[in-house]
Design a protein around this ligand. Structure first.
Ligand code: PLP
Length: 367
């Protein structure tokens, strides 16, 4: 007999991000929803000063980091729990609250880490179909709730579609859930929404069954540092803190996170840059004959479906992916999401966006 993992893990279809092959040393990587503008100069300064004590364990939680986050976003520092990316928080909430086929609802085109974490924990993922325009349907989520439902995952703006539902819809979703169900507000892209969607924090403060997850991986440009945080009702925070590996955030990440969250100028530049391309890219792609879906995040879905192509005889998604890869432009294929006719593309720097637009023009010419 050889060692054998538990059934749920043995049967898991593992979702691993396909960042794209690095064909040369400097690809234009637009495959992972990363921040376009790199990282803040304050982070760069903090990095150069460096951590002082490499041989000592870091503190399990950095009070300074919690304070910095609380100050920036007008929060109660005691409700914050930081983690090794918000991915870790998704895993922890499943491990803590799901057992024996308990159900966790995720949306049809929602983030694939949700069902994966559900299965690993021993729970059962339940899909709520999206409504029109690849947008979350609150009615379908509420219809999917059963006596076994323990968690509802909502990414808003949603990855990979870039769609958003408004505050009234999110509150209607919460109002329709039993109080025993945890509503996870995954606000990974909230920084890119002009008002910051602070109502999510107010919902957490007002209810015992709402949590909000945030990340330093997107606008703050610290994806490689693995730093995320959540805002919680006291009890849920304590439960997750009790099972989180004690040292899951390294001291460099904590130090850089403080600098990042304090640099409001860099955040403002990032939002403005994002807003500029949120408008300009779909418009310029339309001139070339491509259909790009509107987005509230820092990435787009580009539609290569036959119906979209019918009017302009365009390439299919696979051809486009390959064509771009040959030019060292990395986009993300959407087959794991069953959106085979789409490619996802992050917003890059001005220069990168111009190069991508030129490549799409060339692709049309090549057809
Ligand atoms: C919706 C959503 N939630 C969470 C994450 C994970 O972010 P982190 O890098 O903090 O683990 C991502 C990353 O792509 C995401 O798209």
């Amino acid at each position: 007999m050889k060692p054998f993992p538990k059934k749920a893990v043995a049967q898991l279809v593992s979702y691993r991000p396909a960042l794209g092959k690095v064909a040369d040393t400097k690809p234009i990587r637009l495959s992972a929803n990363e921040g376009a503008l790199g990282w803040s100069p304050l982070v760069e300064d903090a990095l150069r000063k460096g951590p002082v004590q490499l041989n000592h364990y870091n503190l399990p939680q950095s009070a300074d980091l919690h304070e910095a986050i609380a100050e920036r976003y007008d929060l109660d520092a005691k409700r914050i729990l930081t983690a090794n990316g918000s991915d870790e928080l998704i895993g922890l909430i499943c491990l803590a609250y799901l057992e024996d086929d308990d159900e966790a609802i995720h949306t049809q085109y929602g983030f694939l880490v949700f069902p994966q974490a559900t299965i690993i924990a021993g729970g059962k993922p339940v899909v709520a179909d999206d409504g029109a325009n690849l947008t979350v349907s609150v009615d379908n989520i509420l219809a999917a709730v059963s006596a076994r439902t323990k968690i509802v995952f909502l990414a808003n703006p949603n990855n990979p579609t870039g769609t958003l539902i408004d505050e009234a819809e999110v509150r209607r979703l919460h109002a329709g859930l039993p109080s025993s169900v945890i509503l996870v507000l995954d606000w990974a892209y909230a920084e890119y929404v002009r008002d910051g969607m602070s109502y999510g924090a107010r919902m957490v403060e007002a209810h015992d069954n709402v949590v909000m997850f945030r990340t330093f991986s997107k606008m703050h440009g610290l994806a490689a540092q693995r730093l995320g945080w959540g805002y919680f009702p006291d009890e849920i925070r304590d439960v997750l803190a009790s099972i989180r590996p004690p040292f899951s955030i390294n001291s460099i990440a904590s130090t850089l996170g403080i600098a990042a969250v304090q640099d409001v100028d860099f955040q403002e530049q990032s939002i403005s840059h994002n807003e500029k391309w949120q408008k300009a890219f779909p418009a310029r792609m339309a001139e070339l004959g491509y259909r790009v879906l509107p987005t509230w995040a820092n990435f787009f879905l580009i539609d290569f479906s036959a119906s979209s192509n019918a009017s302009h005889n365009g390439p299919d998604a696979k051809t486009a992916l390959q064509f771009m890869a040959e030019r060292h432009i990395l986009l993300r294929e959407m087959t794991p999401y069953r959106l085979d006719d789409y490619l996802r593309m992050s917003i890059g720097t001005d220069d990168e966006m111009e190069q991508v637009l030129a490549a799409f023009a060339a692709l049309k010419g090549a057809k």
